[in-house]
Ligand binder design. Structure first.
Ligand SMILES: NC(=O)c1ccc[n+]([C@@H]2O[C@H](COP(=O)([O-])OP(=O)(O)OC[C@H]3O[C@@H](n4cnc5c(N)ncnc54)[C@H](O)[C@@H]3O)[C@@H](O)[C@H]2O)c1
Length: 284
């Protein structure tokens, strides 16, 4: 996709972080912008910023982990702007803690947003784009955490690896159809966003309750680590550029943190050489 003016972008998780950055860049490129997010208050503020940049904006408060809400988002986008040309399939959350300690609810939430929500985005918007037959692009947001593993956040890794598999497989199928849709898989390392505060954006059915886990050292240490890695990540100002370069150059894998590339390579090399994984790998 090379032309952006007057095209429509749908962005999930648009009220903060990557989604908000991409929404502002869409406005600068004179696109119409559909900003979807579960956080109504932040969405109101962020969508006003994007409007102030001159864009036509539709703000939709919704939960990507509910299929009917994704369908409703598409309907609202089409009613407002008539087409969907770019999907930034981005909304995500992070959880930490061991598999055997984390409440099942935390798994369900992480999987619900990061995997099901992402899949719902493809399921709903791919047919719309195919029908349009115009050049379209979908960026699925995974992470470097979908390409290598660390010990602290198994649910997050599980979801981000799933997004890698989902996106590669969908992309092969679209290629085989010679479809009008190109895809990118966005895999950044740590970036300064609001991700470590995602607990405050849990849908009601996944709300933190009186489960003692939420008072435990595991939970609190996990939160502190998430806060540390996100707040010491790279500044967010390079995100929109890397995403749009990927779209314009039809780049499938968009990696933004070259320091992790040797570790990704070593992980694959260890597999091919039959070596067992070691936590030493990610300490390099
Ligand atoms: N920040 C990083 O270091 C980093 C690195 C790699 C990948 N990512 C991924 O980038 C994506 C965006 O995260 P971010 O860092 O910009 O975080 P962020 O918290 O700043 O923004 C995420 C947005 O998604 C929204 N959201 C959360 N759950 C939702 C739901 N169920 N429905 C709709 N909206 C929902 C939040 O309200 C928030 O506005 C996520 O998929 C995340 O996993 C982030």
């Amino acid at each position: 996709m090379k032309e952006f003016k007057n095209k429509t972008a749908v962005i999930t998780g648009a009220a903060n972080g990557f989604g908000f950055e991409v929404a502002k860049e869409c406005a600068r490129r004179e696109m119409k912008v559909v900003m979807a997010d579960i956080d109504g208050e932040d969405l109101k503020k962020s969508s006003q910023v994007v409007k102030d940049l001159g864009a036509e904006v539709l703000a939709v408060e919704m939960d990507t982990s509910v299929f009917e809400e994704m369908e409703d988002l598409a309907k609202k986008a089409l009613d407002a702007f008539g087409s969907v040309d770019l999907l930034f399939n981005n909304a995500g959350v992070v959880t930490s803690g061991s598999i055997w300690e984390m409440p099942l609810k935390d798994w369900e939430w992480t999987m619900g947003v990061n995997v099901w929500g992402m899949m719902y985005g493809l399921r709903v918007f791919v047919p719309i784009m195919l029908k349009q037959k115009t050049p379209c692009h979908i960026v699925n947001v995974s992470s470097v955490a979908g390409l290598l593993t660390t010990p602290g956040m198994p649910a997050y890794h599980t979801t981000k690896f799933a997004v890698v598999g989902m996106t590669e497989a969908a992309n092969y199928q679209l290629q085989a159809m010679n479809a009008n849709i190109k895809m990118s898989l966005y895999c950044p390392g740590f970036v300064q966003t609001d991700l470590h505060n995602c607990d405050k954006r849990r849908p009601e059915r996944f709300a933190i309750d009186d489960d003692p886990y939420y008072q435990s050292a595991s939970y609190k240490t996990g939160l502190a680590k998430a806060k540390h890695v996100i707040t010491t990540g790279i500044p967010i100002n390079s995100v929109a550029q890397s995403v749009f370069t990927g779209i314009e150059e039809e780049q499938f894998y968009i990696l933004t943190h070259p320091q992790y590339n040797p570790v990704i390579g070593l992980r694959v090399k260890s597999m091919l050489e039959g070596k067992n994984p070691s936590a030493e790998l990610f300490r390099r």
